[in-house]
Design a protein around this ligand. Structure first.
Ligand code: ADP
Ligand code: MG
Length: 265
């Protein structure tokens, strides 16, 4: 197994007393879709920012290709790690096509403009994220779900070997949820490593190789879908208002299904 990205004993506090990350470890292998699960405020987005080198830990380290991620040049880092952020902070008055071309930064260098290879990568990324017809639209005029798919397209255009996705399906309709997860699964099967933050137990159940459950900045459990998506494990973190079922999968296998459930009024 090839380890793509390793986080070791990360501590981080944004300034207050309570740490956002507390001795957090994570290991991402090539050819693996790792789901990062946990309640609101448990530190998932902070972890994504650490893994992309955007934030510097107070203690601990993130290793990319065996080397501290922040010691790589930003362009070199961007060639290896692409991020689908939870939100697009500023909405630039930019067209979708130009924004996605921004994902090519790592490959272009400021001394030259986009070439045929860049344009082909952008066209392919727009197509795969099903936003090809939006290329000339302004980002600010898109629906939440359309914008989310544009963020996915930009990350794909980057052609990195590691993809960090922070709730990439949160605003998507069911068909586009499956489409994005199928895209992620395909690149993982081709050897990439993907970290997927999601609250969707059922997409995680169907698509991920391993699940890491966070709570209060810590990893509280880690294992296969069958090991983590169980009442004994999830109730520690989410409480008891969950319904568990099993859906027949291929052969004699079953996939866990988990739903928020209002047991009594
Ligand atoms: P999650 O993505 O799991 O919902 P976050 O990583 O966004 O959680 O947040 C973890 C903790 O850090 C929360 O308590 C949150 O309030 C805090 N936090 C996140 N971003 C900031 C920030 N920019 N400034 C101060 N506190 C923050
Ligand atoms: Mg978050």
């Amino acid at each position: 197994m090839v380890s793509l990205l390793q986080a070791r004993a990360l501590n981080y506090a944004y300034g207050g007393e309570i740490p956002a990350l507390d001795r957090m470890d994570l290991d991402l292998q090539a050819g693996e879709l790792l789901a990062l699960l946990g309640p609101n405020g448990s530190g998932k987005s902070t972890m994504i920012k650490m893994l992309s080198g955007l934030l510097r830990p107070d203690a601990g380290e993130v290793l990319l290709a065996g080397k501290d991620i922040r010691s790589h040049h930003p362009r070199e880092r961007a060639r290896q790690v692409a991020v689908v952020p939870q939100v697009l902070d500023a909405l630039p008055g930019q067209r979708v096509g130009d924004f996605v071309m921004g994902g090519r930064y790592a490959h272009m260098g400021f001394w030259r403009s986009a070439d045929g290879q860049d344009r082909a990568a952008v066209a392919s990324a727009l197509d795969r994220a099903d936003v090809g017809d939006l290329a000339d639209r302004l980002l600010s005029e898109l629906s939440g779900g359309q914008r989310q798919r544009v963020l996915v397209a930009r990350a794909f255009a980057q052609e990195a070997e590691i993809l960090l996705c922070d709730e990439p399906t949160a605003s998507l309709d069911p068909e586009h949820q499956l489409m994005v997860l199928e895209l992620l699964r395909a690149v993982v099967d081709a050897g990439m490593g993907v970290v997927l933050v999601s609250h969707d137990f059922n997409l995680i159940s169907q698509f991920s190789d391993r699940v890491l459950l966070m709570d209060a900045g810590r990893a509280v459990a880690q294992g296969s879908v069958a090991e983590i998506l169980r009442a004994e494990v999830l109730s520690q973190v989410y409480g008891s208002r969950l319904l568990f079922a099993e859906i027949p999968a291929e052969g004699s296998a079953v996939s866990p299904m988990v739903l928020p459930w209002r047991w009594s009024k």
